[in-house]
Each structure stands twice: as C-alpha cells, then as structure tokens.
Design a binder for this molecule. Structure first.
Ligand SMILES: [Zn+2]
Length: 454
C-alpha cells in the first residue's frame, strides 16, 4: 500500500461537455456537443454555449500506433503512463504486445471504471511467434500449424489485431494473416530476422525491419543490428522497398523515435525524462538496461546514427508514393516516453519532408480507420469524443501542439493544467526516497530476469 501512487485525479469529469464557438476543420464559430463519450452534434454556435474555449481550434486526439503499457509491478506505473499520454494529446494507444498479459487489463480496468483518465486502448494482446518464447504472453506456432487455432488463441487472450513476431516463416505469416482476415482482424508485426520486407507478407511492418536485406544483416543479427545496420540500404534498395510496399499494399510504422532515443541514452547528460529515475538509471542504462541495447558496440551505434536520415528518406518516399504510414513510438524503449515521444515521432516525419497536415491526418483519421472503432480519429456526429483543444491548428505547424489547452478523452474534458498537476503529483510520489529506491531495485531485478520487448 505504501508503494501505491496517489489517485490520478480526485474526481473525473463527466463524459459530456460542449465546446462552444470553436474552429473545426477550418470553420469558425462552431459548437461541438459531446454526450456520454460521443460527439452528438457539430453546429453553428449559439449565444448560450459554453465559450471557455471560444476561438480555439479543435482537432481529433492523437493515436500512438505502437506503444507498450507498463507490466504489472508493485510500482503501478499504469496511471503515470496514461496521464503522460493525455498530457501530450494522445487519446488512443495501439498496445503492440502485452508481454506479461496483464498490462492492458490493468489500464482498461482503471479507465473503464472511471478511476483513471486515460487513452482508449486497442490491443494486439499476445505475441504470435515460433519458439523460443521471448515473452511470457506468446502464442507459439508449432508444427503442424493450425492457423485458425493460432488466431483463436490470440483472440481468447484479448487480441483485437494480431501481432506477428519472431521466427515465423513465410507460410506461417501467410496462414495467420489469412485466418485473421477471415475474422476481420488485421495483422501487424516484425519482419522476422530471416526475411526481407518484400517477401515476408507482413501487412503492417513495424520498425522498418527487413528493409536491410539478408545480405547486409549477416547470419544471426540481434535486434539492435536489425535496427541499426542500414549501411547497404542504397537508392536501389529504397526503390525496391517502395515498389513492394505499393504493389503489395504494405503499410509501415517506422518508430524512428527509437533510433533517436537509443542514441540519446548514450549522450553525456541525456535530458531528464518525465518518468521515474528507474528508467534512465536502470531500464535505459547503456550497461545494465534493456538487453537489446545493453553493451552496444560503438560500430552499431555509429551505424544507428547513420541510419536515421536514410530511414527518414524512406518515410518521405513511401509517403510520396501513397503508401500508408503510421506513427508509433514503441514506448518504453530508451528515452521513449508516453505522449511526448509521439509528438517527437511526428516531428521526425515533418523533418523528413511529410507536410504537417499529412502528419496530423496520419496521427488521427488514418490511424483510427483500422482500429475497429467507427469514426475514431475524426470529428463527426457519432464519432468517439477524443479531441484536442489548441490555440492554433497543428495541421499548419506542429509547433501548435505546444499550445494545447485541453484534452477530451472519451468525452471527459481535462484542462491541460489539471493533467500537468496530476503528472507532477505522480512524479513526486516516485521521487520519494523509499519509492525511488524500490523502483531502482525492482527494475534491476526485472532487467536481470526478463528479455527485452521491442
Ligand atoms: Zn514494440
């Protein structure tokens, strides 16, 4: 009980509100009415409307298309992660792999029970992989394979999408993707180490795995090498990847912010993150942290640094070719923090040459279309009321995200200052000497015991 964080908020606001005389989709003086978590009407403003945010711009909440919620632990970090998402405008998270099988339930329970302000969570549930089991919560694919049974097992554990993971063969992937499609489920995943992106058949590719060919990956590449070693990705290879993505309808969630975060963790004085000390001092520590990145060779880090502009060039080309892209962070990789890192990923896209308006579309409507919640990521009658209130329109310049005034999540309106205070209260709790030490010791044990997630 001593370890329990304080309640995120004393009282949650109701799931109904009105945003009067605001700007919606370029039209000013509109009023958005929200009842029981849904948008019920968008109409011309009237004199009696709630004008707290008059003149502000209202856009759909942001969607992080690849995040991992914190596993069950005595520290109960779920509340802090949820608050950090909201504080940065992230109102939906695609949970891309629940390693212990308890992270999603913990978040949903709290949010649905109205105990916690938090993002909507759509979950892939377990990993689907060939042995060896890297995560406790894995559906193992073993011969003879019954693809329908594999998908059923994942659904039984809460999968709303299927997460293809390591070791799968082309036939495995083809079979599982088809069995998932029969049930109306999409599949996302890693291109396994042995395959190139254009031959794997993964419909929604994470981390740009498989872009470097087998030739450059070597025999037994670790995850860091697969992330970092892009030395052989030249113009011709980029063309092949773009062409295959167009031809096969492959979409990509590049999670560029991971490359940036791993490099930041090697800096002399990385900027203090919005998470407890156990993250920079243990989980992300270059020597004793997540084992994917632990004791990285200087050559791999140099390659990683060189890979980032090439990855950004690929983002630019894919977008120009009309390939579907998604914005995901892969929280909690090194210096990848809930909420903040999605905004950073959006920047990496605009820096790559994707216009801000397109980045906003990718972060909202495009991401929402595939998550099985009608209207998610749009402002329309009947759509979920997940909205941001801003001083300016981020579609013109992402700097506008800094002028966030309020976040509406599931119809509940939180002013930014309220979320800021709630985050600070949580951080004060985790900085108390006893909690701080318990966190560091617990994280050290976990790092020794658990494989990485990526
Ligand atoms: Zn991941």
């Amino acid at each position: 009980v001593l370890l329990n964080p304080p309640p995120a908020l004393e009282d949650l606001p109701s799931s109904s509100c009105d945003l009067g005389a605001v700007v919606v989709a370029g039209q000013s003086d509109r009023t958005v009415s929200v009842r029981n978590g849904a948008i019920v009407e968008i109409r011309e403003a009237r004199p009696g409307d709630d004008r707290r945010f008059a003149g502000c711009v209202v856009v759909p909440g942001l969607i992080d298309s690849h995040q991992h919620l914190p596993p069950a632990s005595p520290l109960k970090l779920t509340g802090l992660f949820c608050l950090l998402n909201l504080l940065h405008g992230v109102t939906t998270v695609l949970e891309a792999g629940d390693g212990d099988g308890m992270a999603v339930a913990a978040a949903r329970r709290l949010v649905l029970a109205g105990e916690l302000p938090g993002p909507r969570v759509v979950a892939v549930g377990p990993f689907v992989a060939r042995p060896p089991r890297q995560w406790l919560n894995t559906v193992l694919v073993e011969d003879p394979v019954d693809h329908g049974a594999v998908v059923q097992a994942a659904v039984d554990r809460g999968a709303q999408m299927i997460k293809l993971y390591e070791g799968l063969t082309r036939a495995d992937i083809r079979g599982v993707v088809a069995a998932a499609a029969e049930r109306g489920l999409r599949a996302i995943g890693h291109v396994p180490a042995a395959l190139d992106v254009e031959e794997a058949g993964v419909p929604e590719v994470q981390h740009f795995f498989g872009v470097p060919t087998g030739h450059s990956r070597g025999d037994a590449p670790g995850l860091l090498q697969r992330l970092a070693d892009w030395h052989a990705v030249d113009e011709a290879r980029l063309d092949v990847v773009v062409e295959a993505s167009v031809g096969q309808g492959i979409s990509h969630t590049p999670t560029l912010v991971v490359s940036e975060g791993v490099l930041r963790s090697r800096e002399q004085d990385p900027r203090a993150p919005l998470l407890p000390r156990m993250f920079p001092d243990v989980v992300w520590d270059p020597k004793r942290g997540i084992n994917t990145y632990r004791d990285a060779a200087p050559r791999d880090l140099a390659l990683l640094r060189e890979s980032l502009p090439v990855k950004q060039e690929l983002v630019r080309r894919l977008h120009a070719a009309g390939v579907e892209l998604f914005l995901g962070t892969d929280v909690p990789q090194p210096f990848v923090v809930p909420g903040e890192s999605l905004q950073r990923e959006m920047r990496l896209f605009t820096d790559a040459g994707v216009p801000a308006a397109d980045v906003m579309e990718i972060a909202t409507a495009a991401a929402g279309r595939r998550l099985g919640v009608p209207g998610l990521g749009t402002i329309a009658q009947g759509a979920p009321a997940d909205l941001l209130v801003l001083e300016r329109d981020p579609a013109e310049d992402l700097d506008a995200l800094g002028g966030l005034r309020a976040v509406i999540a599931g119809g509940r309106l939180f002013e930014r200052a309220t979320l800021q205070d709630a985050v600070e209260r949580q951080l004060r709790h985790y900085r108390r000497p006893l909690i701080d030490r318990a966190g560091v010791i617990g994280a050290r044990r976990a790092m020794d015991a658990v494989l990485t997630r990526d």
